[in-house]
Structure formats: C-alpha cells, structure tokens
Design a protein around this ligand. Sequence first.
Ligand code: BG6
Length: 491
Amino acid sequence: MANKIATRCDIMLFGALGDLAQRKLFPALYQLERAGLLADGSRILGLARRELSSDEVRKELRERLKQYVKPEEFNPSVVEAFLQRVEYQVLDFNNEAGFGLLNSWRDEENSELIVYLASPPAMYGVIARNLRSASCCTEKTRVVVEKPIGHDLESSRVINDELGEVYKESQLFRIDHYLGKETVQNLIALRFANNLFASQWDQNHISHVEITVAESVGIEGRWGYFDKAGQIRDMIQNHMLQLLCLIAMDPPSDLSADSIRDEKVKVLKALRRITPDMMETYVVRGQYTAGTSTGKPVPGYLEEEGANKRSETETFVALKVEIDNWRWSGVPFYIRTGKRLPEKLSQIIIHFKPAPHYIFDPDQKHLANNKLIIRLQPDEGMSLKILTKDQGLHKGMRLRQGPLELTFSEAFESERIPDAYERLLWEIMKGNQYLFVRRDEVEHAWHWVDRIIQNWSDGGDPPKRYAAGTWGPVASIAMITRDGRSWYEDA
Ligand code: BG6
C-alpha cells in the first residue's frame, strides 16, 4: 500500500459488535495502525445496542484481534495503541433522540467523518435519517454501506432512495469486498498497463472466458440469512458480475472512479437477458447434499443447523453469459460459484483462440490455445500457458505447453498481501471511490439477475443436487461440454 497517511478521520461504526466488524473491520483497522497508516488523532466510535462500557468493548476486541490476526502480525504494543483509539457508545439505531449524543464525540473541525453501516441493510434508511435529524453529518461525510443492497431491483431502489435522500452519490461508498482484493485490482493493471494483452482482448483473439469462485465451506451458521438469498444474490449479483465487468470492460480514459464505473455499467447493460427458453442451456442451479469436505463427512444443505427441510435455495450457480457488444460478440463467459465445492479457489481463465493456420503435429492440436490463468485466491498470481518446443534431438518439433508464471508471494516476497478490507478502508479514508460500486451498477446487476430468479420461480424446477465435495451438478459440466469445452480443472 502507498506509504502516505490518510487525513485524520473519525469513524462511527454502526454494528460494532457484529460479525463483520469483529472478524474483518477491526482487524483491518489494526493492520492499518501496524502499517503506520492511521493519522494521529484518528478515532473509532463503536455503536451497538449491547450495554457495555468502552473498557469492556476494548477487552473483547483484544481477544478478537488475537483470534483473527495472524500470531506473527499480532504486536501487543500496537494493539494497545490501536485500542486507545476505540470508544464505545450504546445506541438504539431506531431512537432518533439517542443520536444527539454522537455530536459531542464528533470533532468536525479537525477530522473527516466516516459513517460505516455494518448493520442490516434494512436499518440504513433509519440510521441515515436519524443522523440527519441530529445534524451529525456534513456534505463531506463519507458513508459506507455493505451488501446486500436489497434482494431485488425494487428493494435495492428503496434502500438507494433512502440513502440518496440524505447523501449525495459522491458521499456513498458501497462495498463489494472483491474489489479490494489485490489480484482483482491487478486485473486493471494487467489489462490496461500491458499493450500485449490490450491488443488481444476481444472476440478476434479470445474464444471464451471462465470465472470460478469456489468455496469448500458450507453455510457456517448463516442459514437464516443465506436461505433468503441463495448463491445468485449472495455471489453472482455482486462479486461475480464485478469480476466479469473488470474482464470485459473497455479501457477507461483514466483511473477516476466514474471513468471506471461508466465502463462497468456499459458491460452490465450489454449482458444478454436470459429468457425462459434459454434456461436449460444457459443456467444451472444446484444444492449440495451430504458428502465430504477436506476428507471429513459433512451434512447436506437441508441438514444444516436451523434448516428448513423443504428449502429450494441454491448453493451453486453456473451460467453461460453472452455480452452483446462489438468486443465480445460470440465469446461466452462461463461463470460458476458454489458452496461445499472441493476447494477454496477463485480464478479467471482467458482462453485464447488458436493461431489461424496450424503447422505442427496434428496430434498436438488440442494444445494450441494459449491460456491466461488469473488466480485471485489462494496463491495469488498469474500464469500464461504458452507452447514451446520440447527439448532434445529425438523430440523433433514436438510441442510442450508450459507456464510463464508470476506468483505474487514469491515475486514480492517482502510485501504482505493486504486483506481486501484494509485496502477498502484505506481508500475510504482517502476519499477515493474507484473501488466502490455506484448506484446504477447495483441496479443494472439486479435487473439482469432478477430475470433469472423470475424464470426459476415460473419454471418451478427444484435445484439439481450435488454431493458436497464435488464440482456441482453434472449439468454444469454438460453446459460447457455442449459447446465443445470443459471447465479448466476437468481439462
Ligand atoms: C460474501 C458472501 O460476500 O463473500 C459469503 O456473503 C462468501 O457467502 C464470501 O462466503 C466469500 O468471500 P471470500 O473473500 O472469502 O472469497
């Protein structure tokens, strides 16, 4: 991360005792402290309903940091310095009168105010209005909101309208944590800093693109939330479509937030709508049954704690996505994401077309396509599969496929890869919106996804089952095989 301290900030953290704050936000802020990136005088006010004193909250946080920060990164004196910045205030978010108290904490003259809403999205509107009534915010206040922004287009508009009543778009930082991942940002560098790729990035040179975001975990005690969302709302509407946009967008004219976001919106608008007659060949929806995960037996989705045994919520989605524009006409993007798959793996594979005229051993023709593999996690890095001559006198002109490999942890050994939230919080402190999602992006994504959800509900077919620990329903393999291709790990 750039070694420049952001301006002094006061952060009001709504939902400070919740899972997100404890597992991600406080550890990320601690890492910024450790890196010397928090300006002197920056403070954090945790807000939640539980009756606790600041000291009790600091004590709890010390334990959580021990749990969520790697032991070699846990420095007790930095932890203590960090905890000195933290205060806690009991607050009922519905109680307008309580918000008056926040003004006495606020230091308007010397600090930028960041309001972080790590609360359920249904509370965003009321918190925004109560902050306004208490005159807590100015035109410069930055407001951070987490996904899900609604569960469909209509409900996302309600949330966006409520926020929009109080704040301008330039004040709103909508988080999609995938945009904070180091390798995801690297997509922008890879594409727009290397003319080698820029000139090859279209339907003349690329045959298809694969995006996989696989998780080996199941629902992890989140059944109540997840069952209302399903994998399409939880992962496709946001993370997967953001990745697709970064791969498919045209070059922005500069790195400003709106230049990048304008280009992403153009991609979202060009996504071919999936009509009922396309569902059979373009969409696969799955739900895991009992199986194994990392060698241990695990229950099916319907047997998880708190499960409704009749649920038809999907835990896996594979889609064939067509982008109807000049650049991508005829280039399908195969995207899939699921819980309880064999491993945690996020990767993008760009499959290039073969050379127009092939002159080598016909038996090796299947090797002829270059592939660019972008690994988002784990082992962040890139690998370009190219063909070279196999070595040795007796090999003639036999070809061999080998990687040009860039593994970030090896190439930049001394640099720790920051967690996505560290980057995002750092950008918020600097007031830079380019890694955050604009209202129209959220709404175009819902518009496209809603159609698929509607088709599922009209069609009435239940999700296809797959055993935990496998790569999803066989229909996902059939979807890509039908086009004469295969998912990369099956190749
Ligand atoms: C979250 C989803 O947004 O992303 C979770 O709600 C999912 O269901 C998580 O597990 C995956 O994020 P990551 O960074 O672990 O790939």
